[in-house]
Design a binder for this molecule. Structure first.
Ligand SMILES: [Zn+2]
Length: 434
C-alpha cells in the first residue's frame, strides 16, 4: 500500500489534461469525487465546454482574510514516443512517480489537496477561510481559468494570500545545504510581432529590397545587442542571502554594489547559465518567422514573433522603443500582440514569515529565500487584485530536474510527495493558526 499522496498523484497523472484542448473537466471530476467522499461541498465552473475549474472552502473564524491554495489542472503536451514511460500512465518506478504534470503542477496540486483535507479529517478550525482552488488553462495564459474566475466570480476569491506554484527546493545548487526558493515575483510577458513588406519579384533577379532579407538584417542587429544585467531589489537580496553559501559572492556581501555582483557572477561563469540570465536580464527570444510560398519568388512580406520577458520595474514601452532603435529599420512594423506586466508581492508579511518558519522547522540547515519566477503563472491575476501570492513547493529536486518541466520523463520522487505532504500541512496550519 503506497502513501496516499503517491497513490493520488499516480491516479491524477493518468488523466490527460493536455492544453490545448485542456479537458480540465476530467481533473475537476477527479477532485469532486475525492471531496464528495470526504463530505466537503465544492463548486465547479466552466469557462467553455470542457474547461473546468473547481473550488471548495473550509470556513474559518474570520480572524483574517482567506488563504487560497491554487493549482492548475492542465499540462503541456507530451510526445509519448520521446518518453521512456507513458506520459499519462501514472507509472511508479524506482521510487518515482512519472507523468506529464508530476512537477508542473499536479504533484503540488495533490499536496494542496491533502493539506486542505487535513482540516476536515482532524476537525481543525482555521482562523481564516481556507479555499482549495484547482483551475483550467494556466499553460495557455489562464483566459479560461484564473482570469475567467476572477472576472466572473471575483467575490468568491477575495483573499489575503494565495499559495501557488513557482517555488522549488534544490538539493544541489549550494555546496553544503539545500536551497528553497519561494517565488514572490514573476517576470512580465510581452509578445511582439514584427512585420516588414517590400516589392515582390523573381528570385532570379534580386532587387535589394527583399522584405524577408530586410527583416532578417534588422533582427540580426537586434539580437547581437547584449541586454544588460539589471539587479532589482529582489535579486539584490537573493544574492546577499546566497552569499552565505557561495564564497565567490563574499565581495558583493561586503560592498553591496551591483557591479561587484555582476563581476562575481561573470567570473564564476554563472552568466552562461540561461536560468541565471533569465533572473537578471530582460530577455528576447525569436521563436517564429513566416515568409514566402515559393523558393523562386521574392516575398512581398515577412513576419517574426518575439517572446520578450521583462523584469519587475521594466516598462514594456521602453523596451519597445529600444527594439525599434536596434532594428534600425523604420519600415519594420513593431506591434505588441500580447502583454502582461511583471508582478511582485511583499516579503514583509506575517504569512511570508510563517512559511519561512515552517521550512526552517523541517529543514534547519536549508537556506530559504524569496526569488523571482522567470516564467509566468496565474499569480499575476491575483497580484493585480492586490492579493499577495507566494510560489511555495516543499519538494527537493536537483537543478537538472527543471529541464523535465515541459520536457521528457517528468517525474517526482515518492519521498518528495510523502515529506512534501507533511510540510504542506504544517504550512497551511501555520497560515491558518490551527
Ligand atoms: Zn505550472
Amino acid at each position: 500500500m503506497k502513501h496516499e499522496a503517491v497513490e493520488l498523484l499516480s491516479r491524477y497523472l493518468k488523466i490527460d489534461t493536455t492544453n490545448p484542448p485542456g479537458n480540465e473537466d476530467q481533473g475537476v471530476a477527479f477532485f469532486a469525487d475525492i471531496l464528495e467522499k470526504e463530505g466537503i461541498a465544492y463548486k465547479t465552473y466552466e469557462a467553455s465546454a470542457g474547461r473546468g475549474s473547481i473550488s471548495a472552502v473550509i470556513p474559518g473564524t474570520g480572524e483574517k482574510g482567506a488563504v487560497i491554495l491554487l493549482n492548475h489542472i492542465d499540462v503541456v503536451p507530451a510526445r509519448a514516443a520521446e518518453w521512456s514511460v507513458d506520459p499519462f500512465g501514472g507509472k511508479i518506478k524506482d521510487g518515482f512517480i512519472y507523468g506529464r504534470g508530476a512537477l508542473d503542477m499536479k504533484g503540488q496540486g495533490i499536496l494542496e489537496l491533502l493539506a486542505f483535507l487535513e482540516f476536515k479529517r482532524k476537525g481543525l478550525t482555521p482562523r481564516r477561510d481556507l479555499i482549495f482552488l484547482a483551475v483550467a488553462d494556466e499553460e495557455a495564459g489562464g483566459i479560461n481559468g484564473a482570469q475567467f474566475l476572477l472576472n466572473n466570480h471575483g467575490d468568491e476569491f477575495q483573499a489575503d494570500v494565495v499559495i501557488n506554484e513557482g517555488g522549488f527546493g534544490f538539493g544541489n545548487v549550494l555546496p553544503d545545504r539545500p536551497l528553497f526558493m519561494i517565488a514572490t515575483a514573476e517576470k512580465g510577458v510581452c509578445r511582439v510581432k514584427l512585420t516588414r513588406s517590400g516589392p515582390p519579384g523573381h528570385g532570379s533577379a534580386p532587387h535589394g529590397e527583399n522584405a524577408l532579407e530586410k527583416l532578417v538584417q534588422g533582427l540580426s542587429r537586434l539580437l547581437e545587442k547584449e541586454n544588460p544585467v539589471i539587479v532589482t531589489p529582489l535579486t539584490a537580496e537573493y544574492f546577499k542571502q546566497l552569499a552565505s553559501a557561495w564564497g565567490f559572492l563574499k565581495p558583493y556581501l561586503q560592498d553591496g554594489n551591483p557591479e561587484t555582483l555582476v563581476e562575481a557572477l561573470t567570473q564564476n561563469g554563472m552568466l552562461n547559465n540561461p536560468h541565471m540570465v533569465a533572473m537578471l536580464k530582460n530577455t528576447i527570444s525569436l521563436n517564429r518567422m513566416r515568409a514566402g510560398d515559393k523558393v523562386n519568388v521574392i516575398p512581398s512580406g515577412a513576419e517574426a514573433e518575439l517572446d520578450i520577458r521583462l523584469l519587475p520595474g521594466t516598462d514594456p514601452d521602453t523596451v519597445i522603443d529600444l527594439i525599434k532603435e536596434h532594428l534600425a529599420d523604420d519600415n519594420i512594423k513593431v506591434e505588441i500582440a500580447r502583454a502582461s506586466g511583471s508582478s511582485e508581492s511583499s516579503v514583509d508579511t506575517e504569512d511570508f514569515a510563517g512559511i519561512k518558519e515552517v521550512f526552517r522547522e523541517h529543514y534547519p540547515d536549508a537556506l530559504t529565500v524569496a526569488s523571482l519566477l522567470f516564467g509566468a503563472s496565474d499569480s499575476k491575476f491575483f497580484r493585480e487584485k492586490g492579493i499577495p501570492c507566494y510560489g511555495v513547493c516543499p519538494m527537493l529536486i536537483n537543478l537538472e530536474d527543471l529541464g523535465k518541466i515541459h520536457g521528457i520523463d517528468e517525474r517526482i520522487s515518492e519521498e518528495n510527495m510523502i515529506k512534501g505532504t507533511e510540510v504542506y500541512i504544517d504550512i497551511v496550519r501555520k497560515l491558518c493558526k490551527a
